[in-house]
Ligand binder design. Structure first.
Ligand SMILES: Cc1cc2nc3c(=O)[nH]c(=O)nc-3n(C[C@H](O)[C@H](O)[C@H](O)COP(=O)(O)OP(=O)(O)OC[C@H]3O[C@@H](n4cnc5c(N)ncnc54)[C@H](O)[C@@H]3O)c2cc1C
Length: 402
């Protein structure tokens, strides 16, 4: 039996069991130590990475020829919803964003030299990277207005601009930078992606940006002041920046949704366990009708969100860009996740807003995802446009269509 939206193959089930076991044996017990940061946390992370490599669970998002597990997108969805239960886990499994997306585009569009120089060490976990597209001065939801330029001078690109939310830039070895290279072309052909080593003169971190009060969230403002890189650092074709971004962001959004599902599942577990344990007004919270409504609504919403995500993953596996499906899950799954975590916090009372449970950190992450990778409103717009196009053509939307 092969993997489908409703069923796992025995092979995927076995791999999923191995991931669940690894989470229980190694990830959850390490969360506190990893959160401390510093040299000890890095050494612990390196030992976890060595273990996942040994178990054959490394880089589940990548094909085998790129150094990954080579399992395909839908099986990866089944594994990633488990990996996503802890924010510490993706790095331990070699599938941390934005490295995962950068590895995918390098594998797809990189030259043999670029792959040797950047992809191999990135997949191996030896270096980290960032994706530098959004700019503080213009709307990230509508990236046709991006202003950072790359001008060709001889055998070099000269880059000037100011980006922010280049997640992970502090400590990265290279950035994939979205630049205007062809200002006179139509909006979606104006940009290219250029690989910039972060030790190139002119690349600098202007400042860190505190996100939810975390001064070291690593979504900094990055400056590119006359940054010169060889023309061979162009990723893919000149003017193909949007096409490559689309190729990256589609699967990347599914990755985010899979991880969000993991967070929703963990919040659901905590909600149910606490409501059975905590007593008030003569009995466990779980006996109150309101709690039962929350448990029931959360269970059904998580499963609906899972099935939509699996359907989108299957379409990607079949070679379809699944644009409508990806936008649909991007707002639906993330909102379900926010809602389930919010309810789990409420069930825990004051405990829910302390750092004694992971819930408050999980809420911040899920709420942030309603903006990152395109805000809810833009994804709703994409879904509505798809549906309305059908009616404009005099047809009706077929919910049974694949
Ligand atoms: C935690 C985090 C990590 C990120 N990581 C990266 C990264 O690694 N690399 C990178 O390049 N970027 C990254 N981003 C940036 C992210 O992609 C942008 O924040 C996002 O695309 C929105 O752009 P913006 O913030 O400029 O909001 P704007 O474009 O200014 O939009 C503001 C608001 O306007 C509303 N809006 C916009 N368009 C419409 C519309 N058509 N209809 C109705 N309402 C609309 C929405 O409510 C939206 O939230 C990250 C962001 C976050 C929060």
């Amino acid at each position: 039996m092969s993997d489908d939206v409703l069923t796992m193959s025995s092979d995927t089930r076995a791999k999923r069991e191995a991931v669940i076991q690894f989470m229980e044996d190694h990830i959850y017990p390490s969360e506190g130590a990893l959160q401390q940061g510093g040299d000890e946390a890095e050494a612990l992370m390196a030992s976890l990475q060595a273990k996942t490599k040994e178990l054959g669970l490394w880089a589940p998002h990548l094909p085998a020829e790129a150094g990954g597990m080579g399992i395909g997108f839908l099986p990866y969805a089944y594994l990633n919803e488990v990996i996503g239960r802890s924010t510490a886990a993706p790095r331990a499994f070699g599938s941390q964003a934005p490295d995962s997306g950068n590895a995918e585009v390098l594998h797809q569009y990189g030259t043999p030299e670029q792959k040797e120089k950047w992809l191999a060490p990135l997949v191996n976990g030896d270096i980290r990277s960032c994706f530098s597209m959004t700019e503080p001065a213009v709307s990230g939801a509508d990236p046709t207005g991006l202003q950072t330029t790359a001008v060709r001078e001889g055998d070099e690109w000269v880059i000037n601009g100011r980006k922010w939310f280049s997640s992970g830039a502090v400590g990265s070895s290279f950035a994939v930078v979205m630049c205007v290279t062809d200002p006179d072309q139509p909006p979606h052909s104006r940009m290219s992606q250029v690989l910039v080593p972060t030790d190139t003169p002119g690349f600098s971190i202007e400042r860190e940006v505190a996100v939810w009060g975390d001064a070291h969230s690593n979504h900094p403002i990055v400056r590119y002041d006359n940054v010169r890189v060889p023309v061979t650092n162009l990723l893919g074709e000149q003017g193909a920046g949007f096409k490559i971004a689309q190729r990256r962001l589609g699967p990347g959004r599914i990755h985010h949704c899979m991880r969000a599902l993991g967070q929703a599942q963990r919040a659901f577990d905590l909600m149910c366990q606490h409501s059975l344990k905590r007593e008030a007004f003569g009995g466990p919270l779980a006996d109150k009708q309101t709690m039962q409504n929350w448990v029931a609504d959360s269970l059904v919403n998580i499963q609906a969100a899972r099935l939509l995500t699996m359907q989108a993953a299957r379409k990607i596996d079949q070679g379809d860009e699944a644009r409508m499906e990806v936008s649909a899950i991007k707002f639906f799954v993330v909102n379900v996740t926010c809602d389930v975590i919010d309810k789990a916090i409420q069930v825990h009372g004051a405990l829910g807003v302390t750092a004694d449970t992971p819930l408050q950190a999980m809420y911040k992450g899920a709420r942030t995802l309603r903006i990152a990778d395109g805000p809810d409103e833009v994804h709703r717009m994409v879904v509505a446009r798809h549906a309305l196009r059908t009616y404009r053509q005099g047809e009706t939307w077929d919910f049974a269509a694949d």
